[in-house]
Design a protein around this ligand. Sequence first.
Ligand SMILES: [Zn+2]
Length: 193
Amino acid sequence: MTLRDRLVWKENKANMFSVKTAYQVALRLHHPQTGKHSQARLDQKMWKRIWSINVPPKVRTFIWRACSNILPTKTNLFQRKMRVNPTCSMCGQHVETTEHILWECPLARNVWALVRGRIQKTSSLVSSFFLLTRQMMERLSGKEFELWAMIAWALWNARNHVVGQDAWLAWNLLYSSSASITFPKMFCTCTRR
Ligand SMILES: [Zn+2]
């Protein structure tokens, strides 16, 4: 008889993934020394809000991964000793971090510039995607924050198309839909999958 490898969630006794233990992992990632600090409690509220926003589950999971800085950006892969050039796949000018690809990259800025409202009042430079998300939660209404999460998710997908296919098709699609502010169309595409 042969034994096959299988993925196991080692954060609880049942070895089963749960949202509760996912919070705890996320808190540990951001506050390894001060898990019970008041700041951590503040952040815990943020994690809870992320898991409760009215977007498809895969978008919630994406925002959680982005805030936890565990997306396979080139910088993260490089830091894990993989042989990749950490330069941004889209602009080729900066290091590709989560906050760069989803917010600071000139191409991402062009997409965000098409979104009206309070998003425009946020600095184009941020120290982390986690802090950017917290700012957005504080400033935006529930619906605006959901739209923001959907657009961030669409940006990451466009980036993945470019990395995977080495083509600008994905960005052209994104621009053509964002030019007329038809982000709900992206939402529909997402929810159908
Ligand atoms: Zn860039």
